[in-house]
Design a protein around this ligand. Sequence first.
Ligand code: HEM
Length: 226
Amino acid sequence: MSRVKVFFNSSVNSKIVASLAGLGLTGFAIFHMLGNLQVFEGSDAINGYASILRDMPILLWTARMGLLIVAGLHIGLVIRLALRNRQGRPVAYAVRRYRAASVASRTMVLTGSLLLFFIIFHLLHLTAGLIDASAPDGLDIQGRVDVYGKIIHAFRNPLYVGIYFVGQLALGLHLSHAISSGLQTLGIEHAALNRLFKLAGSGIALFVVLGNLSIIFAVFLGLIRA
Ligand code: HEM
């Protein structure tokens, strides 16, 4: 058996890599939201920011490939671990005991699946421009991709506001449990720390979701316009 196979045959190793990958994706979600907040500074700020990576195609594609590998690792390992857990417990519990478990922890599969659908939709919508035929796929006056125009056009439409709102609910619930449980998996576990991690998980999730929602609703309510 190859070393990689031996390594991933261990559920503990798989859990650690899945958690590290999940925390990496959380980092991306935070930076992506902070970057997108530049829409409040106007088209020059956000289009300039988006063009930094686009002007360096090698860096852009390395980052994209890295993100894809990390997301693939996270999803693949989590599904494999869940299937293994099921195989280890072929008879379902007669009574499910949810007393100590939060809504977020009980709905990880649902929110994770919703999040995956949302991200695929989002890439087809705002990166590839394949969903909305009426969206501008143009450049700004400086010849940069008009990310500002894409965002304004998208969130003037209540349909996209609704879809992104559901995506944010899934993101918030998923992150709020994932951050604390990921940190615990990495072996940082202590009664007092666990409470702190739960607080940090909810706080970071709320920060990311409120940041994203502020963009969506600022456009929808006409506070930012073309
Ligand atoms: C209101 C919330 C969001 C807004 C306004 C937004 C905006 C955008 C825009 C405009 C792009 C295209 C950038 C370009 O063409 O250069 C983009 C790309 C992307 N977004 Fe979002 N996004 C949001 C939420 C999210 C969330 C929650 C995730 C995942 C956790 C996400 C993941 C991505 C990814 C992976 C890309 C592709 C980056 C690339 O390879 O160019 N976005 N987003």
